[in-house]
Design a protein around this ligand. Structure first.
Ligand SMILES: Nc1ncnc2c1ncn2[C@@H]1O[C@H](COP(=O)(O)OP(=O)(O)O)[C@@H](O)[C@H]1O
Ligand SMILES: [Mg+2]
Length: 293
């Protein structure tokens, strides 16, 4: 298979993992391999997983490793091409027309074009990473439009002509999997499912992200969060919640709260849903048992 893009210094999954590590992101072998292949083959990287497992952060870290700007397109219900590509600045056009009088005016010049993330990425494929975040929030129509964009990396602006990228831009798509994505879209990408990190890795992430936290505290919080994720919660804690819970409990402990009370008192940074808190309340001691760091 032809390698379509060579990224300086990142010539293996292990190199990518090391670079991500230096950018404060701990990737496992599956993610660094998928990321490396996407870069090397010039394909979009599709990351799927539960909320809070590090999908958006992975895109940020990859952009940072490549020394590129992250251009983020946050998807939402009803997002359309105008929000993703470009819009004409009508008020400005109107004003200019009024002021121009009889003089010639190109109302489709750059001054009147508002570039949105996808056009931005097409124009600067060499120094940007395009993150299309949470595509599962968009509708099927937008997904079909995305597919077209990802197939040939060009768009047509009727008043201007076609804009084509000089090279395939680095594109990362994420989905929380609230719905299935089209087969055709998946086929276009290198796919990776991000699960919750294993306890060792999650404790390492806590230590990496929260410098005040002791190793025993990190281990205890990771164990408790692991148990919480086994429960039928509406909003299971993500990795960010693990980090914050460890930090918050450490703070309370430093102010005199003993273990494991400090964990209990700080539960509000791990669980942010009233029903979940009520559900967990009678079991809280068992869930954080052994959390006496
Ligand atoms: N592998 C990781 N290495 C370092 N930090 C991570 C990792 N995974 C998750 N995090 C932390 O968890 C937070 C939430 O991750 P995020 O990317 O927002 O989740 P998602 O986009 O999957 O919902 C990040 O801000 C980061 O602090
Ligand atoms: Mg995200």
């Amino acid at each position: 298979m032809p390698v379509r893009r060579s990224i300086v210094g990142i010539d293996s999954p292990a190199r990518l993992a090391a670079a991500l590590d230096a950018a404060q992101y701990l990737a496992d072998d599956g993610l660094s391999t998928a990321g490396y292949l996407a870069l090397a083959l010039g394909k979009p990287l599709l990351l799927e997983g539960a909320p809070g497992v590090g999908k958006t952060e992975a895109a940020k870290a990859i952009a940072s490793v490549l020394g590129r700007n992250l251009i983020r397109l946050q998807c939402y219900e009803g997002i359309d091409a105008a929000a993703a590509l470009y819009e004409w600045n009508y008020p400005r056009q109107m004003l200019a027309i009024r002021q121009a009088g009889d003089t010639y005016l190109n109302i489709y010049g750059d001054d009147f074009l508002i570039a949105r993330p996808m056009l931005d990425a097409l124009r600067n494929p060499k120094d940007s990473v395009l993150l299309i975040d949470e595509i599962d929030r968009s509708d099927h129509e937008f997904e079909a439009f995305l597919l077209e964009f990802l197939s040939d990396f060009q768009i047509s602006i009727p008043e201007r002509g076609t804009v084509r990228a000089e090279e395939a831009p680095v594109v990362i798509l994420t989905s929380n999997r609230t719905r299935e994505l089209h087969e055709a879209l998946r086929r276009r990408c290198v796919y990776h499912w991000i699960g919750y990190p294993d306890p060792m890795r999650e404790a390492q992430i806590v230590m990496m992200r929260a410098s005040t936290v002791a190793r025993e505290t990190a281990d205890a919080v990771v164990a408790a969060v692991g148990r919480l994720r086994q429960e039928p919660l509406a909003k299971p804690p993500g990795v960010a919640e693990t980090v914050e819970w460890a930090e918050a409990a450490t703070l309370l402990h430093s102010q005199g709260s003993p273990w494991p009370t400090a964990f209990k008192r700080a539960i509000g940074v791990a669980l942010k849903d009233q029903d979940d808190l009520e559900f967990v309340a009678p079991r809280i001691d068992a869930l954080i048992s052994g959390a006496a760091a």
